[in-house]
Write a protein that binds this ligand. Structure first.
Ligand code: PMP
Length: 426
């Protein structure tokens, strides 16, 4: 089986899983060799309603009968309805959407809008960020390698992420004073050729180690942008639509970005994303030449899935539920931390939670071998979760992101497996 996979599939992400999937439902993935795996990754943090939610299936089936795909300038009712619903969910002035497919695409489009609006081209991101792996987005994805692919987009800058557990600037553990933001912008101002267009941030640096931005950080970033005439882009690929216990994570900081990008969680597993901004920004960008006629822009089928996702989030009260289950998961993991000194930090928001494994709580030396071993053992015992690589040098951050529909029983199973795996691997 492995030979076949390695013969016909490019190994785009290292090794493939040690099984082949037969089907997936709810929080579970079932394999062809009869295993049941509790999926605390929600696929790629996308299946927020659980795998194969019947209402997504119904919506897609309806769309398959009515209309799957259209020329880019033809809009069907579902596309319009989804754009309307997004505007209703969002604060003013976020009102106009372009419906796309992947997270990389939504961010590429956000950069294009910002460039067309400002007439400038430089983009600032945070170290440990992830915004996509296409040329523009990869240039500000600082949690992954840039090596070997030629030049980054000119004018791509990184400023230090507010990583409180390992503060890179003042070592102010759990008391971020945002010096990193000040220092970062001082450096950007020196390096800039006077063409700053935008800053892009994830409210929780997920691939970078599940690092929630400290309270007030987005507001301070907003101010830095305003002072420089830059647009603030919030990338809510993972955090949008309830994952953090708010409909959008920027709400935690009482700030409205100029441009919002959403993807993964909007389609619940179907490729759907949106870049959303104000009428003012969109209109000026269009006047200045903004154009994005991709094959699947405004496709009806993913839009139908997106409407079903929004309906289920409302009908099943998933935002509230995420607050509750997130608090329960956090409580269980904090209890586990008291049993294992190797769990250096437990952090996150809602149902996007990370554990950082260390050799020693004083030195905080990353327990990289342990991270790999525990993840492997968990999978053998029936729990799937991710190791996130931080800045590329760490393999000690484990990410748990179950579907928002997960139950307390499933959380107990997951934490039980994690406990057993830690005992086995230590
Ligand atoms: N932004 C964030 C925050 C992400 O986590 C990801 C995917 N991991 C992306 C953008 C890129 O999305 P995609 O892989 O759909 O292009």
């Amino acid at each position: 089986m492995n030979d076949e996979r390695e013969r016909f599939l490019i190994r785009y992400a290292g090794d493939f899983a040690p099984f082949v999937v037969e089907k997936a439902e709810g929080s579970w993935v079932l394999t062809t060799d009869g295993r049941r795996i509790l999926d605390f990754t929600s696929g790629q943090i996308s299946s927020t309603l659980g795998h194969n939610h019947p209402r997504i299936a119904e919506a897609v089936e309806r769309s398959l009968r009515e209309v799957i795909h259209l020329n880019s300038w033809m809009i069907n009712e579902d596309v319009l309805e989804l754009a309307r619903r997004l505007a209703e969910l969002l604060p003013d002035p976020l009102e106009q959407s372009i419906l796309l497919n992947t997270g990389s695409e939504t961010n590429e489009v956000a950069f294009k809008l910002a460039k067309a609006f400002t007439g400038k081209f430089e983009v600032v991101g945070l170290t440990r960020s992830f915004h996509g792996l296409l040329a523009g987005t990869n240039s500000v994805t600082f949690s992954m390698g840039h090596k070997g692919f030629g030049p980054n987009m000119p004018g791509s800058f990184a400023i230090p992420a507010p990583y409180e557990y390992r503060c890179p600037v003042r070592h102010c553990v759990r008391s971020c004073d945002m010096t990193c933001l000040d220092v970062g912008f001082d450096l950007v101002d020196q390096a800039s050729v006077g063409s700053l267009a935008a800053m892009v941030v994830e409210p929780v640096l997920s691939a970078g180690g599940v690092i929630p931005l400290p309270d007030g950080y987005l507001r301070a970033a907003r101010q830095k942008c305003d002072e420089r005439g830059m647009l603030l882009i919030a990338d809510e690929a993972q955090t949008g639509f309830g994952r953090t216990g708010a409909m959008f994570a920027f709400e935690h900081d009482d700030v409205v970005p100029d441009i919002l990008t959403v993807s993964k969680t909007l389609g619940g597993g179907i490729p759907l994303g949106a870049t959303i901004t104000s009428a003012e920004i969109a209109e000026k960008a269009v006047q200045n030449g903004f154009l994005h006629i991709t094959t699947h822009v405004s496709d009806p089928m993913p839009a139908a899935a997106g409407l079903a996702v929004l309906d289920v989030i409302a009908d099943e009260d998933l935002v509230q539920r995420t607050q509750k289950m997130g608090a329960y998961l956090m409580e269980q993991l904090r209890a586990l931390q008291t049993e294992f000194p190797q769990i250096g930090d437990v952090r996150g928001r809602g149902l996007l939670v990370g554990l950082e494994l260390v050799e020693d709580r004083e030195t905080k030396q990353p327990a990289n071998d342990l991270g790999g071993a525990v993840t492997e053992e968990c999978l053998r015992l029936g729990l799937s979760m991710n190791i996130v690589k931080g800045d590329g040098s760490q393999r000690n951050c484990l990410r748990l992101a179950p579907p928002l529909t997960t139950t307390a029983e499933e959380v107990d199973i997951a934490v039980g497996i994690l406990r057993t795996a830690l005992r086995t691997c230590l």
